[in-house]
Structure formats: C-alpha cells, structure tokens
Design a protein around this ligand. Structure first.
Ligand code: SAH
Length: 454
C-alpha cells in the first residue's frame, strides 16, 4: 500500500483495541486511531506505519457512531487519562466485559461459551468518583503559577483544576494554594532546574465521612507562612488533615517519605460498608470507594463464608479486604510486602475491634510457602488481589498444595488473571463465577472478581 506520513485516508472503525484505540482497515491493512469509537466513519492522517499495522491521528469525524457521545472534558485528548471519553458509559461497560472475556479465553484457555460471566457492575454516576488526586505546580509561559495535569506521557502541565473524575473541592483548594503562593512569593518547583519549593498537592476525601486531607509535597523542610495557609484551607467544610511531605530528590516519584504535620491528627477516616479505615498521606487506598464497596461485597459473596473458616488474604494492602471478610470468618491472615501498609492494617483492625485477624509482612510467594512448610497452615478460602503483574508462580504453587475449597481472585489486570487462571485450571481448579467491576470509568481499566473451586 502506497502511503506515507501525514497522508489522509478514510475508514470505518470496526473494533477497539484493549487500550481504547479504534481499529479500522484499508485494503486489509490495520490502523489504530485514538479518540475514535466503534462505528465512527472518520478521516485520519498517517502517523507511523509498520509492516502489518499503523497508527493514525483522528482528523475529522465524517459520520459519528451511535455509541459516540460529546467529550465532556475540554482537555480529554491532551490529558490522556480518559481513553474512552467519547464512548457512552453503557458501551464502556460492554467494552470492559469483552476485554475480560477475551483474556479468559485467549490467555486462560476457557472455551468462550463456558465463561460464567455475570454482568459488569457499573457506577450509578460515573463522574466525580475519585477520592484522591495529585496536582503538580509550575509556571506557564506568562509566568503565572499554574496547576493541573501532566499531558499524557510528558511533564508539561495542562492547566485544569476541575477534573470531572475528581471531587468538587479540588478546585477551591487549588485556588487557595495558588493565591497563597502568589501572595507570599513561594516558588513552584521546577523539574529542569531542581529549584523552587512546591511540587505537588495531594488531596484526599473520605466519601463516607466527608473528611478532607491536603498534603503539600515540598522540596524543602518547611513552608513559609504555613499558619496562614492552614487557616485559609480550614475554611473549607470537612478539612481534617493538613500536612507537608518532604521530597528533595530529583525524581518523578511524587510523595516523599517524611510527613510533617501542620494541622489535625495526620489522617482522615473513611468507611466501606460498616468497616472503618484510617488513611494517612502515604497509605494505599482504593480511589473509588463506592465501587470498592461493591467489589468487596462480591469477593465476600464468592468466598461463601459461614462463620468458622480460615481465610488467607494475599496482597492485602492496608487490610481492607481482610477486615471486610473477618466479620464473617473464623480467622483471616493477611500478607503484604509494604511494612507501612501492614502497620495501617493492624491499626485498622484495632479501630474496628477485630481480634480474629493477623498480618504478615513479606512477599506472598515467600511468606505463604514458608508458613505452609514450617507451620503447616491451612485455608478454607484464599483471596488474592495482586498488582498488575499478577501472582508469582511460587505463590500459585503453594495455593495448589494448600487445597483451599475456594479461591477468590481479585484482579486489576485481566491479562495476568487469564495467565494465572490457565495455570490453576491445569492443576485442577475450575472457574465458577466471574464478574467485572468498573472502578475507573472513562478509562480502559477494569477490575475482575473470579471464583475458582477445586
Ligand atoms: N487488597 C488491597 C490492596 C491491593 S493492591 C486493597 O484492596 O486495597 C496490591 C497490593 O499488593 C499492594 O498493596 C502491594 O504493595 C502488594 N504487593 C505487591 N507485590 C507483592 C508481593 N510480592 N507480595 C505481597 N504483596 C505484594
């Protein structure tokens, strides 16, 4: 096919790639075109061509797909955080269900018609669902202090203080910080020069409690006039915790490890169901608490607890799932690699008066085999919720040896879930139930809960 960079062509979008790009064809050649939706007829311009496929940029929509909706965010394309902003929410849920199905059949080896797929759990309102955001500070071309989001894969700031996925308070908080900085000549941090003070603002909210947290990440150990800033931020209803995070490194890791408290107890609280959690600036906590509740309820349902069971919760973070299950189990043991998360988990257990939980610091693939060999631990139910890379084979091997009645797999990446399901099926496990949960509307990500039995 005779085509080169910037050439224009017309195509119809026939399919979507896993990362949310539309797929079109011309003369049997495949094109990936971002910002398009299945069913769109578009004009596109060639960006890059490989032997069997190429990438093109959307130029014009010639005929919109019935699935297309107007993008609500003015910076959706530049930001790149919402790959599916032009797709109706209903279609997004179908897209996510297809993604899970594909992975379970292609990678998991499950026959298409034997996938016990239940409807994806969608959000009632897919906007303003995030309880956490991190905003970088800098200066624009005119020298004004700005904040917003990094443009997809770069570190240039797109001015935008009211992301529609975030809470409404973000805008007001950022406004206060910016004005404060202008007024007292406090410099935003510049990555190129490794100079300036204010790097990021971390904002978190407990949706169930209404408590707000602001943590300013600074390239230094103190913030001039911090009393004044604290007073202004405290005018916002719900403000509970204000702190500084010291990060003087030349790094793109956002948070520093040291926290200096300015106001409040150093944490906020939130609840999922009737379990209460304490969240500090550095704690890991799911960003969509409403959907997290549904996810955990599903995990609980799949676990089929009757009261006396021993449960192992691997990759337990701050013990969120462990505590959720502990109300219905005999005993829950959690394993997590980050020591600080385990401290939070123990604190959360105390906070909820739960005594039937025990937490272990270490890698699941080390702690579990060790406990199994030395202490002959057993489990009626095992829950795993690994990071994107899935479970280590050593961990799966031990799970197989332990012969739990039920294995509940919570996954944030259905590709690695598929891979692990293949391994477990070969060792005698059977997939009983599968359900997706949409935690990240407008993005291509989806959580899956899957039940296996032996
Ligand atoms: N279940 C928790 C956290 C899930 S995120 C929740 O729902 O909130 C995955 C967790 O696995 C993270 O906390 C991460 O620190 C932890 N982790 C990553 N690799 C690990 C490993 N090899 N062993 C144990 N935990 C690990």
């Amino acid at each position: 096919m005779e085509m080169k960079k910037n050439d224009l062509f017309e195509t119809v979008i026939l399919d979507m790639s896993e990362d949310g790009a539309g797929i079109g064809r011309t003369d049997g050649y495949t094109w990936f075109i971002k910002d398009t939706v299945m069913g769109d007829r578009v004009e596109a311009s060639v960006m890059k061509m490989k032997k069997n496929y190429g990438f093109a940029r959307l130029v014009r929509i010639l005929e919109p797909s019935p699935q297309r909706i107007p993008e609500r965010c003015p910076v959706a394309r530049q930001c790149g955080g919402c790959q599916l902003q032009a797709m109706s929410y209903e279609e997004q849920l179908k897209f996510k269900e297809r993604k899970i199905r594909n992975h379970l059949s292609r990678l998991g080896g499950l026959p298409e018609d034997e996938i016990p797929m239940e409807p994806v759990m969608g959000m009632e309102n897919p906007w303003r669902y995030r309880n956490k955001a991190q905003f970088p500070f800098g200066r624009n071309k005119d020298g004004r202090i700005v904040t917003g989001f990094y443009a997809g894969r770069t570190h240039s700031i797109i001015e935008h203080e009211d992301c529609l996925l975030g809470i409404e308070e973000n805008k007001e908080i950022l406004e206060i910080i910016k004005n404060f900085m202008e007024e007292y000549n406090i410099e935003p941090y510049s990555e190129e020069e490794h100079k300036g003070l204010v790097r990021h603002a971390l904002i978190r909210k407990g949706f169930a409690t209404g408590e707000l947290m602001v943590c300013l990440v600074i390239n230094g150990r103190s913030l001039p006039r911090s009393r004044e800033l604290t007073e202004r931020l405290c005018r916002i209803p719900g403000m509970t915790s204000i702190s500084l995070s010291v990060n003087r490194e030349k790094t793109n890791v956002i948070m520093g490890t040291e926290i200096l408290n300015l106001y409040g107890p150093g944490f906020i609280a939130d609840c999922i169901g009737d379990v209460k959690y304490r969240i500090s600036p550095l704690s890991f906590y799911q960003v969509n608490p409403v959907q997290t509740g549904k996810l955990y309820e599903t995990a609980l349902e799949f676990a089929g607890l009757e009261g006396g069971e021993t449960v192992w919760d691997l990759y337990c973070g701050i013990g969120t799932i462990s505590l959720f299950l502990a109300r219905k189990a005999g005993k829950v043991c959690g394993v997590e690699i980050v020591p600080q998360a385990i401290e939070d988990a123990r604190e959360n257990a105390r906070l909820n008066g739960m005594k039937n939980v025990e937490f272990f610091v270490g890698k699941a693939e080390e702690v579990l085999p060790e406990q199994y060999e030395k202490n002959h631990i057993r489990a009626d139910v095992i829950v795993v919720d690994p990071p994107r890379k899935g479970c280590d084979e050593k961990c799966l091997e031990t799970i197989v040896k332990m012969e739990p009645k039920r294995l509940v797999y919570v996954s944030c990446d259905s590709a690695t879930l598929g891979r692990d399901v293949k391994y477990l099926r070969e060792k005698g496990f059977k997939v009983e139930r599968v359900r997706g949960c949409d935690m990240f509307g407008w993005s291509t990500h989806v959580e899956t809960v899957l039940l296996m039995t032996r």
